[in-house]
Ligand binder design. Structure first.
Ligand code: PGA
Length: 255
């Protein structure tokens, strides 16, 4: 049985004060929840203050990106070691905004995933098709290709450190959520692919989150699907009440 995992991707939002308030509010509202793994991913510059606000809470910290080199002349980049130093457990890798707005390639993403795991971080590895790819009937091939390339060369042990987030690009920040059936269809395909690459036991252990306009109103129906193991939440994770509500709903589907 996979424990649900819900992570909030704050993207480039909040200031220091609102970030700390949001984290402190979540820590308070979610202190009783132990059947869901929870993380928030603030901008790099607020990791430390948010870590302080989350100390002694059951909410883990994640970053939104990382660079694959350990140190050196990479102006503006942040290493895995630096994230570890700032209390991160997780790191989002290959988010569609980084793929499509910052030009990240599958090869870069693969290298980041491998480096993150070796450094002791747990990657949240994002995949998802564009609207035109869905309309052209290419969803499964596009997503399968991203999964294969992202996990390329990772043995079983490393693969088990990964959470995959299926985020159809047309559903991100648009208010258009994939139907639970559309999401389940892709999640099932990803799990089958994991069984092909590794084996059935590995496929059954790796968590696959859904992301793309997930909100309190659609959490229960998404989480009810057999291959949806959690959510990667953007907009709704910026409101403590909404994000806490989603996590409590996911916890109830466990009981
Ligand atoms: P959204 O973003 O929930 O605002 O659609 C999800 C994500 O980009 O991770």
């Amino acid at each position: 049985m996979r424990k649900p995992f819900i992570a909030g991707n704050w993207k480039m939002n909040n200031n220091c004060q609102t970030a700390v308030e949001l984290a402190a509010g979540l820590a308070l509202q979610l202190k009783e929840v132990d059947s869901v793994d929870i993380a928030v991913c603030p901008p790099f510059v607020y990791l430390q203050p948010v870590a302080n606000a989350l100390s002694f809470s059951n909410i883990a910290l994640g970053a939104q990106n990382v660079y694959a080199e350990p140190n050196g002349a990479f102006t503006g980049e942040i290493s895995c070691e630096m994230l570890r130093d700032n209390c991160c457990t997780y790191v989002i890798i290959g988010h569609s905004e980084r793929r499509h707005k910052m030009g990240e390639t599958d090869e870069m993403i693969n290298k980041k995933i491998a480096t993150a795991i070796v450094s002791g971080l747990l990657p949240i590895f994002c995949v998802g098709e564009l609207l035109e790819q869905r309309k052209a009937g290419k969803t499964q091939t596009v997503v399968a290709d991203q999964v294969r390339k992202g996990l390329d060369g990772l043995g079983v042990e490393k693969a088990l450190a990964v959470t995959i987030a299926y985020e159809p690009v047309w559903a991100i920040g648009t208010g258009k959520t994939a139907t639970p059936e559309q999401a389940q269809q892709v999640h099932k395909m990803i799990r089958q692919l994991l069984a092909d690459i590794y084996d059935q036991s590995v496929a059954q252990q790796i968590r696959i989150q859904y992301g793309g306009s997930a909100k309190p109103a659609n959490t229960a129906e998404l989480m009810a699907k057999p291959d949806i193991d959690g959510l990667l939440v953007g907009g709704a994770s910026l409101k403590a009440d909404d994000f806490a509500d989603m996590i409590k709903t996911a916890a109830e589907t466990q009981n």
